[in-house]
Design a protein around this ligand. Structure first.
Ligand code: FES
Ligand code: FES
Length: 162
């Protein structure tokens, strides 16, 4: 089966097995090292990508669903202004995430920035619950999510970076 999709702005065409999942394809072709496969069952959130604007676990996306899809991974996010806002909010609050959680949490925060003008605490908790962080950083992630909004508003008011 041949498929075509967009990965971080690049046109990808490949032949896949019908049983393949996106996580398999990314690993096999070394297309996105940030996508970590842990549980392989859609429950840990460590293989997070943005698929057509929505967060999704790459281990649960069948290859056939990728036809004409737009996928963004952490590697694509680092090239965006949103990445800088998230980095800044993390630095301000001393949030240090492990290598497994960081890509997924950053992608979720980017989706939050894109989808919500003023997310409620419940919006933030619901979205971020997709990543199974079990360390002491988990509460700080929520603080940073709120801080990202203050930075975003500052940016749109012309105060970014001050
Ligand atoms: S490896 Fe995909 S959700 Fe755990
Ligand atoms: S930051 Fe990875 S387990 Fe908490």
């Amino acid at each position: 089966m041949n498929i075509q999709f967009i990965l971080n702005g690049d046109d990808i065409q490949m032949t896949v097995d019908p049983a393949d999942r996106l996580a398999d394809l990314l690993k096999r072709k070394s297309l996105a090292d940030s996508v970590h496969v842990n549980c392989g069952l859609g429950s840990c959130g460590r293989c997070m990508v943005i698929c057509n604007g929505r967060p999704a676990n790459a281990c649960m996306i069948p290859a056939f669903q990728l036809r004409n899809a737009e996928i963004i991974t952490y590697e694509g996010l680092v090239q965006t202004p949103e990445f800088l806002l998230i980095e800044k909010a993390c630095a301000q609050h001393g949030l240090e995430l492990c290598q497994f959680c960081k890509p997924s949490v950053y992608l979720l925060l980017a989706v939050l920035l894109e989808q919500h003008n003023r997310p409620s605490g419940d919006d933030i908790r619901q979205l971020l619950s997709a990543v199974n962080c079990r360390c002491s950083a988990s509460e700080d992630i929520f603080t940073v999510a709120a801080a990202v909004y203050h930075l975003k508003e500052g940016r749109f008011n012309g105060h970014a970076g001050k």
